[in-house]
Design a protein around this ligand. Structure first.
Ligand SMILES: Nc1nc2c(c(=O)[nH]1)N[C@H]1C(S)=C(S)[C@@H](COP(=O)(O)O)O[C@H]1N2
Ligand SMILES: [Mo]
Length: 260
């Protein structure tokens, strides 16, 4: 079990001063959004793409984030805002692994047996094999992954935009959530505006390789506008629903919105 409150304070760095300085420096409308959102380090990282979470205690950041009100944040969330993208040279190698267990306990999935289950408010509920999914058009994105535990890293993820897949299966995109279930019973709900965001991706490759086991083989959902825990790996099913079904970290008090 990973520690929820791993402390990464670097002596001599004052978090509130940093936020103050950043607030002064941020251009509008980001500045207004940052202030309206409660001015957290995670939000700051998501807004600026700058690596500010690494130096600070996750519990402080968490305290700020959980004070956010979902409705307020949803209102300020602009579904067209793009997460910053980076170049090949920025990629962190090796990329950090994270899960609620050690890396050697990560699910071992046989790609030949695996199927993606599609359920809920969709016209076509046929399960998809990996071979079928690999035939869909893919895009590559180099973005920053930010974990509430106090680390962030830039990686390269390639796959099919989730919104293209949702259209393909005839999903009711007026529904509230797409709820993901993973092989080890990890779950996470993604709100529909985020599911339809241009950068939200069904990921099949990491750093130009078939998605390695550590990072979620055979499929993860990459959401660069959200914190790491809302990026489910080892996905086995997606359900389009109006019901809030909870998630692994969300149920333990992490803010469901957890994004910019
Ligand atoms: N299925 C599953 N997905 C998961 C997790 C997990 O434990 N199980 N952990 C989440 C968290 S907290 C983080 S930070 C990222 C880590 O992804 P990485 O190992 O590719 O860096 O996966 C997220 N998705
Ligand atoms: Mo995380």
């Amino acid at each position: 079990m990973i520690s929820r409150f791993r402390s990464l304070i670097i002596p001599g760095v004052d978090k509130s001063l940093l936020i103050k300085d950043a607030t002064r420096l941020l251009p509008d409308p980001s500045r207004r959004r940052f202030l309206a959102g409660g001015a957290s380090l995670g939000a700051l990282t998501l807004l600026t793409g700058c690596d500010v979470t690494d130096s600070f205690s996750a519990d402080n950041m968490l305290a700020h984030i959980s004070k956010f009100n979902d409705a307020v944040q949803a209102a300020i969330f602009n579904p067209n805002t793009l997460a910053p993208t980076f170049s090949e040279k920025d990629i962190k190698r090796p990329f950090p692994f994270n899960g609620f267990y050690a890396e050697d306990e990560a699910p071992k999935i046989d790609g030949k047996d695996w199927k993606l289950e599609v359920s809920g408010l969709v016209q076509n509920k046929k399960p998809w094999t990996l071979e079928e999914l690999y035939k869909l058009p893919q895009v590559l994105q180099i973005t920053r992954h930010i974990c509430v535990e106090g680390w962030s890293a830039i990686g390269s993820w390639q796959g099919t935009p989730l919104r293209d897949f949702l259209k393909l299966v005839g999903a009711d995109t007026t529904a509230k959530y797409v709820w993901f279930r993973c092989a080890e019973d990890y779950t996470s709900p993604i709100d529909m505006p985020t599911a339809l965001h241009a950068q939200t991706q069904m990921t099949f490759k990491f750093d130009n390789q078939i998605l390695p086991r550590a990072y979620g083989f055979p499929m993860k959902i990459r959401v660069p506008t959200k914190l790491g825990f809302k990026n489910p790996k080892y996905v086995v099913s997606m359900e389009v629903t109006n019901d809030y079904k909870g998630g692994y970290w969300e149920d333990q008090g992490y803010n469901d919105f957890s994004g910019s």
